[in-house]
Design a protein around this ligand. Structure first.
Ligand SMILES: [Zn+2]
Length: 556
């Protein structure tokens, strides 16, 4: 006997064997049991989901000599005829090639004749949306009131092309795409029956490629079995068969896009091109996996909208951690905009290189989670915080030993090399702010004095130059705190620091605590929101302040 392909060998014989269309099969089984089967049904759904199969099973159930029964007997003449593929009372018509009005009229004229030996004469019209408008119209009257021995069963992938007048005369059943899990399990069952050793990843890959179509999945499995050595099917084998790139390559590509690593991307493309991979398939793989990441970010990895294994989900989430779904959506949007070009181009390698370079240009929008993680890091590297934790430690020690600890006994704050490195990224002004903050925590009055009457001037040769502002009284107060400033600065810098005061701004005439005219302008400028906005925007600092008088005002 010639070889029977899996799709035919394992074609479901009854409703219970249909994969993942229980919402349709249960309805039909109940209808048969209750003797309420409509005279016209339309089955819609993607290719290979079981539309024609269900129509045939319904025909078998209705015509079984021991029925009508939801489970056909498989022994009677009618059942045997249908199983062997030559039923006399089930007429299958391909709508695509029999779409003219004359052909439909012929069918219509034959409706009056009784079935050969069964209960019903059943017409199954596949791809019914291909019928012409005139053909549909010729069918209308018969569909409304057919002879009692007639049942119409229509199947279509495109129900929107069918006139509403036809749809409203039929009972409609929408078949679903078979989800990855159900389809791969179905394939695993087939492999077991066929004594094929197939890895679960390979079956998942087949199911994913089949996009929910049982027939496509079975055809691919057939092909895999025929080409697999020693009846063993691996993921690599399937990737090779469908010309797809392996997951590690896709992951590396996506990671390089996120990191804007142009060199790596060009190299990946070159390797794929030279190894003879189909870059069009690679392109759709990248688009699909970008979509997977968006879905994972929105839905979480427990959702079942991604046709990929758990390990792949985890790895995708890992490389895209901290990236916002909006950013990935933009990448996918740009990728999909190139689809029509990539489909028809002769220079796919160049187009792909261009696409990847374009994707690298997209600025990364940080997600809230990433900003929070960065804030946490910043908090951890804050020397002020370090000081608190250290002082807390000494307080604990105090309780433990029950001995008073003098300030001089405080252990020096060890700024780790890690912290020192963080310090390197800060400007001297920013470090000065940290010193101020820390001093405020130790002695609030000293902190306030420094905030009001001192400005950072310069840091050079381990010497911190501070501009003293205010009166002579203020400078004397500041000088009293110089040892505290030196100690705190030394701790933060992690080395011995000296402090020097620049007294040129001190105005003796302002002994009541007012700043001099020059400093007043400086303070005004510093507190001006516009100046601050400009300063922040340009990341600059105020070097010199000058009063520019309004000319018109002067004239007046
Ligand atoms: Zn039977």
């Amino acid at each position: 006997m010639s070889y029977l392909v899996l799709a035919r060998k394992y074609r479901p014989a009854d409703f219970n064997a249909v994969v993942h269309q229980e919402h349709v099969t249960t309805t039909l089984k109940n209808a048969i049991e209750l003797n309420r089967v409509a005279h016209a049904h339309i089955f819609t759904g993607p290719r290979g989901t079981g539309k024609t199969t269900i129509a045939r099973i319904l025909g078998k159930c209705m015509n079984c000599f021991n029925g009508p029964s939801p489970i056909p007997c498989e022994n009677c003449r009618s059942c045997n005829e249908i199983s062997s593929g030559s039923p006399s009372d089930i007429i299958e018509i391909d709508g695509a090639s029999n779409n003219s009005v004359d052909q439909i009229r012929e069918i219509r004229d034959n409706l009056v004749y009784k079935p050969v030996h069964s209960r019903y004469k059943i017409y199954i019209i596949d791809e019914v949306h291909m019928l012409s408008t005139a053909a549909f119209n010729a069918l209308l009257k018969s569909l409304e009131e057919p002879p009692p021995h007639i049942i119409f069963l229509f199947a279509t992938t495109e129900p929107h092309k069918i006139p509403v007048t036809i749809l409203s005369r039929c009972q409609r059943h929408d078949l679903k795409r078979v989800p990855l899990g159900a389809l791969s399990e179905h394939l695993a069952g087939l492999c077991k029956n066929e004594n094929i050793d197939a890895s679960m990843e390979s079956l998942l890959n087949i199911a994913s490629t089949a996009e929910g179509s049982v027939r496509d999945a079975m055809s691919l499995l057939d092909q895999a079995i025929a080409s697999a050595p020693d009846n063993k099917i691996t993921l690599e084998h399937i990737n090779w068969l469908i010309g797809s790139s392996s997951f590690p390559v896709i992951k590396e590509t996506l990671d390089s896009i996120f990191k804007a690593d142009r060199k790596a991307l060009i190299n990946i493309l070159a390797e794929l091109y030279l190894s003879g991979k189909d870059l069009k398939i690679f392109y759709s793989d990248i688009a699909n996996y970008l979509r997977h990441i968006i879905i994972l970010k929105i839905n979480g990895k427990e959702g079942n909208l991604c046709d990929i294994s758990k390990d792949c989900k985890n790895e995708l989430l890992e490389i895209s951690m901290g990236l916002s779904p909006q950013y990935i959506s933009r990448l996918l949007d740009i990728t999909l905009k190139e689809e029509s070009k990539i489909k028809y181009t002769e220079n796919i390698r160049i187009l792909m290189e261009l696409l990847f370079l374009k994707l690298c240009e997209i600025p990364e929008t940080k997600s809230l989670e990433k900003i929070l993680v960065e804030l946490e890091k910043l908090k951890a590297s804050d020397p002020g915080e370090v000081y608190i934790s250290e002082s807390r430690k000494t307080e604990e020690n105090k309780i433990e030993y029950k001995e008073p600890v003098h300030e001089t006994d405080l252990p020096p704050v060890n700024v780790s090399t890690d912290k020192k490195q963080n310090l390197k990224t800060l400007s001297n002004e920013e470090i000065w702010l940290k010193i101020l903050e820390k001093i405020s925590k130790i002695k609030m009055a000293a902190g306030n004095l420094l905030k009001n009457n001192s400005r950072f001037l310069d840091f050079n040769n381990d010497t911190l130059k501070i501009k003293a502002v205010g009166s002579g009284y203020h400078i004397s107060m500041l000088k009293k705190e110089s040892s505290l400033i030196e100690k705190t600065a030394s701790e933060i810098y992690g080395k011995e620091i000296r402090v020097e005061f620049d007294e040129s701004f001190i105005d003796e005439s302002l002994n009541k605590g007012f700043v001099n005219e020059k400093e007043k302008i400086f303070l005004q400028a510093e507190s001006n929101p516009l100046v601050n906005a400009v300063k922040n925007k340009l990341k600059g600092k105020i070097i010199e302040e000058r009063l520019i008088k309004n000319k018109r005002f002067k004239e007046e």
